[in-house]
Design a protein around this ligand. Structure first.
Ligand code: NAD
Length: 358
């Protein structure tokens, strides 16, 4: 049970969302609906085949493919894609893939004003936000701009059937992080809280089934549904300690995005829960059996064979002191502001893969 919230404000951008197995086949109808005649399909190099299949299904309405998206949306990649895009005379951008493909689509939309349709195949949630993070000269900058929000999202669980569990599970924990931080966001709303708890419930139901049967379409659909809800939370309310820490560590040490979220989540939530235990009460209720939010998330992650130690994803023990300084460098609002000692304990536990203190 969560507490009644007596005051809130909600800004909901206009979005068209279609969900269901086979939803990708309706792409031509969605292009018609937005008046687009020539769409370019964007993907990562690894999803080139899926992009080409989508373009082939569009026939004359395909302007081409740009399978060059990379993690963290490097500006030089965007500029190269812009040069390729110009002669294609495209009037819409279609992104198929995870946050990397959708990030390139957003970066191109920002520079061209073209409308976007996103077909997400991971649970990162970028499709549901007006946020774009870009990297240049080793620095990541993030902006919020309504021009980067895809206007149409097609969630087709069949597109996630071939997503390896090694991507699926960390990506789902990335989504769970959006919902967990949404529960205590300063600008939270009753609607965001409902979406967060239902998103968490959907993942708690779907992920154990996917671990044993990755091609279970119903479980894939329920996970994609959870990802949509958690992505909507990310798009609607502000994030705090967990996302800021992941951003700082990812940017400074080149750590992989979803895995960094997956590993830090039990620790950041355990740390924060001491300030807002009631707001985080849904987490042990949903994930159990431990009765604290951090420990419940830690044992859930372990049960899924998710990565649990920063040392396994490339962070050196010698980096920990600098990681603490980087994380303390840019202060931001969070329910329990981190101090040097607290953050050092938190990062050491996350580095070793030990359970969180709470
Ligand atoms: P990703 O998009 O890089 O995808 C991870 C890997 O999975 C890639 O190698 C990709 O090719 C592969 N993949 C994707 N779909 C597949 C499929 N169906 N089958 C097989 N392989 C598939 O990773 P991600 O975690 O989805 O996104 C991370 C990026 O998104 C980061 O750059 C992050 O900063 C950004 N992001 C942005 C926001 C936002 O709101 N702006 C939100 C979350 C993440």
């Amino acid at each position: 049970m969560h507490a009644f919230q007596p005051r809130f404000a909600l800004n909901q951008p206009a979005l068209h969302v279609a969900f269901g197995a086979g939803a990708r086949h309706d792409l031509p109808a969605h292009l018609d609906r937005i008046g687009a005649l020539r769409a370019v399909v964007i993907a990562t190099p690894g999803q080139d085949k899926a992009a080409r299949a989508l373009a082939a299904a569009l026939g004359d309405h395909a302007a081409g493919c740009l399978p060059r998206a990379r993690m963290h949306t490097p500006v030089d990649t965007t500029e190269a894609a812009l040069a390729e895009l110009a002669p294609l005379r495209a009037d819409a951008l279609v992104a198929i893939g995870g946050g990397s493909a959708i990030g390139l689509s957003k970066a191109l939309a920002l520079r061209t004003g073209l409308p976007q349709i996103a077909l997400p195949t991971t649970h990162a949630g970028s499709e549901a936000t007006a946020v774009l993070g870009e990297t240049q000269a080793g620095r990541k900058t993030t902006r919020t701009d309504p021009r980067v929000q895809p206007g149409t999202i097609l969630y087709d669980p069949e597109l996630t059937l071939n997503l390896p569990l090694s991507v699926t599970i960390p990506s789902a924990l990335n989504a769970i992080a959006h919902a967990a931080e949404g529960l205590y966001a300063r600008d939270r709303t009753p609607l965001a809280t409902l979406m967060a708890t239902e998103g968490l419930r959907a993942f708690a139901a779907a992920l154990p089934r996917l671990r044993t049967a990755p091609d279970d379409l119903d479980a894939r659909a329920e996970a994609l549904y959870g990802g949509w809800l958690c992505g909507m939370v990310l798009g609607q309310v502000g994030m705090a300690l967990h996302h800021k820490l992941c951003h700082a560590l990812g940017g400074s040490f080149g750590l992989p995005h979803a895995e960094t979220h997956a590993i830090l989540l039990p620790h950041t939530i355990g740390y924060t829960a001491q300030a807002v235990p009631q707001l985080l009460a849904p987490i042990p209720e949903i994930f159990g059996p431990e009765d604290t939010p951090g420990r419940a998330l830690h044992s859930f992650a372990r049960s899924l064979d998710a990565p649990t130690a920063l040392r396994d994803i490339g962070l050196q023990r010698a980096d920990l002191a600098r990681a603490v300084e980087v994380a303390l460098d840019a202060p931001y609002w969070t329910p329990r502001p981190p101090d040097r000692a607290g953050l050092t304990t938190l990062l050491h536990a996350a580095w070793e893969g030990a359970p969180p203190q709470a």
